[in-house]
Design a protein around this ligand. Structure first.
Ligand code: GSF
Length: 204
């Protein structure tokens, strides 16, 4: 399998962490989807990464679809419960983490995308997305409480998605000091960083 992505993308990191936790082999193909000469649309018509190229060269996207598929490939370390409330709970945690990343990306693009002129940037829009990032992190802290993991008693996709979102927020918005405000998220994040899957995929 080939994974097309970038080292900065939190969605790509989610897939890379899952690959590592599942002990799956893949080739990481780095692609800058913001470059004018990007060829990502040959694989993903939406022009986004992560995109997984399977044996037989079929393409799969987006990160939620990819991680769900990867979890079926090996019985090692099941990350998504197979049914019922437990499954819905994990998927909801993932939606929360992805939502924080989506809002953070929209905020950042509004502020920095070079093809938008300064007069075209909307502060109200940035504030709206910032509110989702901060509200999402606060909800993560509330949901985690004093439990060792976000859902269940083992590592799951919930923790992976939350860890990727938090790591990316620190990478792109170092001024958001979630570590001091939410000690429980800091503890979870530090625990995740002990795992090679997280340590080897820090955003760069
Ligand atoms: C989001 C992927 C995404 O926004 C998923 O895979 O889960 N729902 C999708 N990828 C960004 C890179 S990043 O900032 O993580 C991307 O490829 N953006 C390019 C664009 O044109 O929006």
């Amino acid at each position: 399998m080939k994974l097309i992505g970038s080292a900065a993308s939190p969605f790509v990191r989610k897939v890379r962490v899952v690959m590592a936790e599942k002990r799956l082999d893949y080739q990481f193909v780095q692609e800058n989807v913001w470059a004018d000469d990007t060829t990502i649309a040959h694989s993903n018509p939406l022009g986004k990464v992560p995109c997984l190229i399977m044996e037989g060269s079929e393409a799969m996207f987006d990160s939620r679809v990819i991680v769900e598929y990867l979890d079926t490939l090996s019985p090692v370390g099941k990350l998504i419960p197979s049914q019922g409330r437990e499954r819905a709970e994990v998927k909801t945690w993932e939606a929360l983490a992805d939502g924080v990343m989506d809002a953070g990306i929209l905020w950042r693009l509004e502020a920095t995308w070079p093809k938008r002129a300064d007069g075209e940037r909307s502060q109200a829009w940035m504030d709206r997305q910032r509110g989702k990032v901060l509200g999402g992190i606060s909800a993560m802290s509330k949901g985690l409480g004093d439990k060792p993991f976000c859902s269940g008693i083992h590592l799951s996709l919930s923790d992976i998605a939350v860890g990727c979102a938090l790591g990316w927020v620190s990478f792109r918005f170092p001024e958001i000091d979630w570590r001091t405000e939410f000690g429980n998220l800091d503890r979870l994040h530090e625990k995740l960083l002990q795992r090679p899957s997280f340590a080897d995929t820090q955003p760069a």
